[in-house]
Design a protein around this ligand. Structure first.
Ligand code: PEP
Length: 251
């Protein structure tokens, strides 16, 4: 039985006081880590403080991106060493917004996944198709390519620990959720790809989230699907009440 992972992706939202207040507002109400993994993916400036504030609670703190190098002349970048140093435990890699606006590629995502494992960070690897690709029946092929490249060169053990987030781009921030059947169909395909390229054990263990306009009203139906092991949530993770409902559904 795979434990569900609910991750709130705040993107470029909240000022410091709001970020801290969120943890205050959810304190004591998030289910235990044994029941469900609850993750907040916060902007870089707040990570250190949020890690400290979340200590002793079930909430884990994630970065929304990182560089693959440990250090060097990469102005404006943040390294895995720095994230590890401040106690961050998860990192979102290859989000479609990074692929679209910041030239993230399958190759850089793969380098970042390796760097995450090298430094003890759990990668949440995002994959997903555009509306055009879905309408021209390229979804499975496209997602398969993204998954294979992202996992290239990892050990079976590392694949088991990876979290894959299937996020159809047309459903992100649009209010258009994939139906639970559509979402599950692609998640099942991803699991089969992992089985083919890694092993049946890895496919059984790897957790696959769905992301794209998930909210309290639709989360239960999505999480009830056979191959959906959690959710990566943008808009509906910004309010404490809403986030609490999402993690509750993951129990
Ligand atoms: C996301 O940020 O990855 C996302 C899925 O956003 P939203 O839930 O707002 O669609």
């Amino acid at each position: 039985m795979r434990k569900k992972v609910i991750a709130g992706n705040w993107k470029m939202n909240k000022v410091r006081s709001e970020a801290v207040q969120f943890l205050e507002d959810t304190k004591g109400q998030v289910p235990s880590f044994n029941e469900v993994e609850s993750v907040i993916c916060a902007p870089f400036p707040y990570l250190s403080e949020l890690v400290q504030k979340a200590e002793g609670t079930p909430v884990k703190i994630a970065a929304q991106n990182m560089h693959f190098e440990e250090n060097g002349a990469f102005t404006g970048e943040v390294s895995p060493v720095m994230l590890k140093d401040i106690g961050v435990t998860y990192v979102v890699l290859g989000h479609s917004e990074r692929r679209e606006y910041f030239a993230e590629t399958d190759e850089t995502v793969n380098k970042k996944v390796h760097a995450a494992f090298q430094h003890g960070l759990v990668p949440i690897v995002c994959v997903g198709e555009t509306l055009e690709q879905r309408e021209s029946n390229q979804t499975n092929q496209l997602v398969e390519g993204q998954v294979k490249k992202a996992l290239e060169g990892l050990s079976e053990e590392q694949v088991k620990q990876t979290i894959i987030a299937y996020e159809p781009i047309w459903a992100i921030g649009t209010g258009k959720t994939a139906t639970s059947e559509q979402a599950n169909e692609v998640c099942t395909h991803i699991r089969n790809v992992v089985k083919d390229v890694v092993s049946a054990d890895a496919a059984e263990a790897v957790r696959i989230q769905y992301g794209g306009s998930v909210k309290p009203a639709n989360v239960e139906e999505l999480l009830a699907q056979s191959d959906i092991d959690g959710a990566l949530v943008g808009g509906a993770s910004l309010e404490a009440d809403s986030f609490l409902k999402l993690v509750e559904a993951g129990k």
